[in-house]
Design a binder for this molecule. Structure first.
Ligand SMILES: Nc1ncnc2c1ncn2[C@@H]1O[C@H](COP(=O)(O)OP(=O)(O)O)[C@@H](O)[C@H]1O
Ligand SMILES: [Mg+2]
Length: 258
């Protein structure tokens, strides 16, 4: 299920503003890659180019290539909706549908895509909640609203919703930044389990988190305010945090930045 991501020469704009420039990297299946770097350097923008969500923003435009295994996500005739099914996303603030039950929140993506047998829906919801380490906490209240859960539970509910449609890749944009430390650890443990099945890319402003959860780390930076963000280096996480190749990375991770 997990697929390899291969990005080459990717540049993204908001209207005439070039937000990120000429980014190339590969992400191996069943691995976790963390994106770090100062605010505004384009981490979220780049993440959204990986499932064609960037173009949903007005003026959003992309140049370059994103391959998922052999398929060019920006190729002619590719349906962005099917791309977003293959490449799921979890956001900074948990965003369950507030009026929907826990069950319906997980089933929502499936119902939208229609790619399941009705008789299997209950099993898929259960499997997804188990996969998100949430089942034991909610199995007795599946018909209660998702908004009644704690922040950490809501985020795991959103992860269950994302994995219910069996994506190949999971993108996470600062998924723990609204959570308390215990819930954060629960999500980090979960990421360790999910990488057995998915290709995972996570944006985090927390360097300890990047060090704990990721196999590889990519450092992004801007030369100056108003300039496009660039990928400075990507390497094994251990290497980035112990012996990076570029001085700017060293400065950033040791807190000597800006
Ligand atoms: N919706 C938007 N419209 C216009 N510019 C945007 C929008 N979102 C982000 N940007 C700009 O793109 C650049 C990168 O932002 P972003 O991807 O959010 O960075 P990061 O996630 O690293 O903080 C910034 O200059 C930001 O102002
Ligand atoms: Mg961001």
């Amino acid at each position: 299920m997990a697929k390899r991501i291969d990005v080459s020469g990717l540049t993204a704009y908001y209207g005439s503003h070039k937000a990120i420039e000429d980014i190339s990297m590969t992400v191996e299946p069943r691995s976790v890659t963390a994106f770090i770097g100062p605010s505004g350097c384009g981490k979220s923008t780049f993440l959204r180019t990986l499932n064609r969500m960037h173009e949903v923003t007005s003026g959003g435009r992309v140049e370059g290539k994103v391959l998922l295994d052999d398929e060019d996500l920006y190729g002619a005739g590719i349906d962005p909706v099917s791309v977003r099914r293959e490449v799921g996303m979890v956001f900074q603030r948990p965003n369950p549908f507030p009026t929907m039950s826990i069950f319906d929140n997980v089933a929502a993506g499936l119902r939208l895509n229609g790619s399941y047998k009705k008789s299997e829906l209950g099993d898929i919801v259960e499997r997804s909640l188990k996969g998100a380490n949430l089942w034991n906490e909610v199995k007795d209240r599946l018909n209660k609203p998702g908004s009644g859960l704690s922040g950490g539970q809501q985020q795991r509910l959103c992860i269950a919703r994302a994995i219910a449609v069996e994506p190949n890749v999971l993108l996470m944009d600062e998924p723990c930044s609204a959570l308390d430390p215990i819930s954060t650890l629960a999500i980090e443990d979960l990421i360790g389990e999910l990488k057995e099945r998915f290709t995972i890319v996570i944006v985090t402003h927390n360097m300890q988190q990047a060090a704990r959860v990721s196999d590889r780390t990519a450092f992004f930076n801007l030369a100056a305010v108003g300039q496009p963000g660039k990928l400075i280096e990507i390497d094994e996480t251990e290497r980035i945090f112990s012996n990076p190749s570029v001085q700017a990375t060293e400065d950033y991770i040791s807190g000597r930045f800006g």
